[in-house]
Design a protein around this ligand. Sequence first.
Ligand code: FAD
Length: 435
Amino acid sequence: MAETWAQARAVYGPDGVVRDVMTGLYAEQDITILAAFPVYFGGIALNVENPTPASTAPNGIKVRLPGIKSFQLTGEALGYIPSPIPFSEAFTAVQTGVVDGVIGSGAEGYYASFRDVTKTYIPANTHFEVWYMIISDESLAVLNREDLAAMSAKVRAEVWPQVLEDVGSEWGQAILDQVAAASAGFAAELGNATGYDLGLEQNGSYNLQFSEETLAATVAKYKILKEKLGGDYPFEVLGHNALRCEEPTIGPKVVGAILHHQDGHANPLKLLRALADDVRRLGGKVLNGKQVIHVDKPDLFRISCADGTEVRARKLVLSAGLGAMSLGPMLGFKAPIRSQRGQVMITEKLPKLINRPSLIARQRDEGGIQIGATNKQVGLDNGITQPGLSGLAADAIAAFPDLEKAQLVRSWGALRITSPDGLPMYQERTDISGA
Ligand SMILES: Cc1cc2nc3c(=O)[nH]c(=O)nc-3n(C[C@H](O)[C@H](O)[C@H](O)COP(=O)(O)OP(=O)(O)OC[C@H]3O[C@@H](n4cnc5c(N)ncnc54)[C@H](O)[C@@H]3O)c2cc1C
């Protein structure tokens, strides 16, 4: 089925052909697949030497394999004498010499279960092993967001520490750290593919505070959140002096800050260009300046634009931001989203002034400082206002007095897309496949 991880992802991953078939088979039993978990490429573990491991000529070596016809045929085709034996008996079968080895697992599985009776391992790619994480539709239907949050908090608090201890916390934590840095991996991948340095910095961000009262109140809120997340919400409270060590240009009016270690920022213009370039590099076509006015699905999806352009597609991803308010219902999605205006300002390019970003000001890799943004519900008006910009400038100067002398080069208003619970929406139609 797959010879490489990329092929395996294409076959078993979301929208892969096997994944689609399995989804259909499980659906017949009212079961939903939550995830497919790739395990390993299968191989052969022997308690004897195989003098000709690459040969498929009969070798007289007897191997245990699962009682599944395809494994038996694979074993035979590779020159072995197949002997179907349940997994629970396999170790003893090898240990007592009933068979000389096993087929049916992969390197990691053999290491975990058969290392004491294995002398030779042959990475023959006998199969690709994938496990499905499934849940009954009935159970899934009664779980709401709070239930899921409570379950993941409990797992993080009680199960993860135990698992980490079992696998070796140093090794396991290193992997979890890599998971946290996955977006850095994506930035590197995108940067390498397109030649853009996305200016990604993941050294944390500040929530700057101008009074002891608001600092204490904000810390109290984060403590509650941390508790709800089973402790998995790292932040540090810095008083003025500690903050000054990190940010030497911070102003005297800032009493302290909450430092969120996991935050970061990138250069959004370079990110946008890199994403568009990479789509083209991978064979996609970017149609700019089109306004989609209608979507339906006579057979394939039909996307109709205001200028008469029509695009047909088997799969459709709706990522139109606030445009989902009108386009979502055409696809049967509810889109209970609202706009929220944010005004921002950009300064001329300046020498390094700010190390970490905050909601008040952040310095881009190229030197420009972005000040803001405001938050206001004003419908679809994305204009700027004098009180809005003045308020931003006053806060920025209070936080970083050096900004008093900076020249502004532009300012604008933009609309955030907000949902009722503040969380992003990812949803796939189960009745209309492909949306
Ligand atoms: C002032 C401000 C500050 C922000 N700061 C941050 C921040 O610091 N960190 C952060 O992570 N996020 C921030 N955000 C939020 C972030 O910008 C959005 O969450 C993100 O851009 C949403 O991406 P999206 O692709 O879903 O929607 P969008 O970026 O809105 O993209 C949707 C696209 O669809 C197009 N479109 C809509 N309707 C149609 C149609 N009918 N036909 C064709 N095209 C259509 C739109 O023109 C747009 O190009 C900020 C937002 C604002 C406004």
